[in-house]
Design a protein around this ligand. Sequence first.
Ligand SMILES: [Zn+2]
Length: 217
Amino acid sequence: MRVATKGEIWERIVGCAAVVEAIAATETAFYVEGHFKFSAGGCCDTYLDIGAVLDNPARRQVIAKELLGMIVEYLKLDQFYGVIGIESWGNELAAEMVQQATAQGLSLKVITAKKSNRDFCFDESDAEMIRGQNWIIVDDVLTTGRSIILVGEKVALLGGKPRCAAVVAMRSESLQTLLELGLLTTFTLVHAPAIVHGDDCLDCVSGRAHDPIPGHG
Ligand SMILES: [Zn+2]
């Protein structure tokens, strides 16, 4: 494993200046090269611990403000009923976004898509709220797009309309992922490129062990 230097971060993570600055200001190792396995399946050559960036309330406020601003640039917020935050950092961002929107006089609901056994679920009262309404889905990082697709499908099944997704960092450069996400307009603040492998991961084939996820023991 190798931790990227601050200089490399400026080169490799590009996009919204305020967010790149917030990422670079993070004290702990959050951008590491290695051979990492996702819980959802597949491997990746870099690990971006966006939780380490968002763990700081001031940085979280800045990033939520940028997410909100990015959506407002293209869509009218009053056409949405609320924001669905994906556990475990998307929901923190969603709560912060709705708080900032409320301060601007906009009324938005906020609900959490809870992690459950490699899938997502909603509390019963939240599930009832979803029907017939337009929703924004928020997550921290998009790598394979799997979480956003799963949550979008759940929302549609409950009779709601998943109109757009907003993420802090897009990691995948795979056209396939973007095509699969075609059902949703996806907004991204920064690009943090990573090479994502499926079952054909060469490191796995050659027997290279997986590196521990930083900050997870
Ligand atoms: Zn692998």
